[in-house]
Design a protein around this ligand. Structure first.
Ligand code: SF4
Ligand code: SF4
Length: 446
């Protein structure tokens, strides 16, 4: 078998769970337990479920290879107890691997949050501000494992499976070359059923609501999990358009300190000292929070927020945005080069189980309830005439082109790589054709 991290590095695999962390760097460790995140907890997305049904053998083979590499005694595929077809597809595929097993989760949001998942599977709490490795675990998404399987076969990461759902005529799962335009993906789903709508990249709870200009230029990246079309009046869309001043002014005017946001926060429930209502109180004071940030541990606790959106899309009765405020504080901490302090764990709250948010209710509150249900059954494979490959869709340094305008490239050919001695990933041509642009993205025409 090829050296696993090297094969994964050469193939340019990044995590498919959202953040786009370079997978070879994640696997550069030892662990007691590999957890395969197949919870797909964002309502309306169905890509991981599709892969579990259609590619269970490949995912299990990759899981066994990664488990062996990590020296882990077991690998656990965590999925929801309601995923009947996926559970039965896995039961056959798991048979050759005695160290692989499944863990069934209740259908709650955010079951797929890394720290929530580690606790659900192992009963161990990851310390506040730490990574799953601190609890002896490595967590990898099911779609990432499928890309790892390709990498071990010597094939680069050039294709994505994505969900197109929401207010579209024909919701579907698509297999597309990386760089396929949003317009091509929406056309494959029959286009929008609404005149006034917005496009979200990702799920309704944590996805990014795109402006018109962003949507016009958007394309599938290594990190894209899906595109949703949602009504303009849905809460997920309405909150996204508020700017920083409006968000803070609304908090100052309307926060009633009910602490519902804290009471349902999944990180607080795990025992992390993150209390969004206290952050809201601090931000609502008349003083300049930016000036007091360096000495204020309550404001700095925003660093523990995973931005799941429960507080603002589900919990808050005043329609305020603790998540957005936490994100602002985190951004400011990076700008001021403030490192979060060492937070002490407070122990998992004993009422955690009864505070879990059902996924369907989260979808309703986000304004996507009308489209929630079984994931799309329709599947299509696209062959676009042109792709636009972003070289900055991962965590780390942007990749640098190794091709020039006018070059002919073959499918799978290396087109960009990270600068020397940096954390980053390689990019490969997702279609054969001619390079039309080679800057911070590479455009290839078939
Ligand atoms: S739930 Fe809303 S109103 Fe209540 S404390 Fe949190 S932000 Fe304030
Ligand atoms: S977004 Fe809100 S609910 Fe989610 S972790 Fe952050 S503070 Fe907690």
């Amino acid at each position: 078998m090829p050296d696993l991290p090297e094969a994964v590095r050469r193939a340019g695999v990044t995590g498919c769970g959202g953040a786009g962390f370079p997978t070879h760097a994640k696997y550069d460790t030892r662990a007691e337990c590999l957890i395969i995140n197949a919870a797909e907890c964002e309502p309306l997305l169905g890509t991981d479920r599709f892969l579990l049904r259609e590619k269970a053998a490949e995912i299990c083979a990759a899981a066994e290879a990664v488990r062996t590499h990590l020296g882990a005694s077991e690998a656990v595929i965590a999925l929801k107890e309601t995923y009947s077809a996926e559970i039965s597809a896995l039961s056959a595929a798991l048979a050759p691997y005695p160290a692989l097993k499944t863990h069934l989760l209740r259908s709650f949001y955010p079951a797929g949050d890394e720290q929530v998942l580690v606790y659900e599977v192992t009963g161990r709490a990851v310390p506040p501000g730490a990574l799953p490795g601190a609890a002896g675990c490595v967590v990898s998404n099911a779609a990432t494992l499928y890309a790892v399987w390709h990498a071990l076969e010597g094939r680069p990461f050039t294709q994505k499976y994505i969900t197109v759902n929401g207010a579209v005529k024909a919701p579907c799962i698509l297999k597309v070359p990386i760089g396929t335009s949003l317009a091509d993906c929406l056309a494959a789903a029959g286009g929008s059923t609404l005149r006034d709508c917005a496009v979200v990249s990702g799920g309704p709870m944590m996805g990014k609501v795109m402006s018109m200009a962003e949507a016009e230029n958007a394309a599938v990246t290594k990190a894209t999990s899906g595109f949703l079309v949602l009504p303009l009046q849905s809460r997920a869309v309405q909150y996204a358009v508020l700017n920083e001043r409006q968000t803070i002014n609304r908090a100052r005017a309307a926060c009633i300190q009910c602490s519902f946001c804290t009471g349902l926060c999944p990180r607080y429930l795990l025992g992390h000292p993150l209390e969004p209502h206290r952050v809201m109180r601090k931000i609502s004071m008349g003083t300049d929070w930016r000036e007091s940030l360096s000495g204020d541990s309550v404001l700095q606790s925003a660093a523990l927020c995973c931005e799941c959106g429960i507080c603002e899309l589900y919990a808050c009765p005043m329609q305020l945005q603790p998540r957005k405020i936490n994100a602002l504080i985190k951004q400011e901490m990076r700008g001021q080069n403030i490192k979060p302090p060492r937070f002490e764990p407070e122990g998992c709250r004993d009422y955690r189980e009864e505070r879990k948010v059902p996924t369907g209710r989260a979808a309703v509150r986000a304004g996507a309830g009308k489209y929630y249900g079984e994931p799309p059954a329709r599947f299509a494979e696209l062959r676009p005439g042109e792709v636009h490959i972003s070289l900055n869709s991962h965590i780390g340094a942007p990749a640098v082109p190794v091709v020039s305008v006018g070059d002919r490239v073959e499918l799978g050919q290396l087109i960009a790589q990270p600068p020397p001695d940096t954390l980053g990933v390689r990019y490969h041509a997702s279609i054969a054709g001619t390079v039309n642009e080679a800057g911070d993205k590479i455009t290839i025409q078939r």
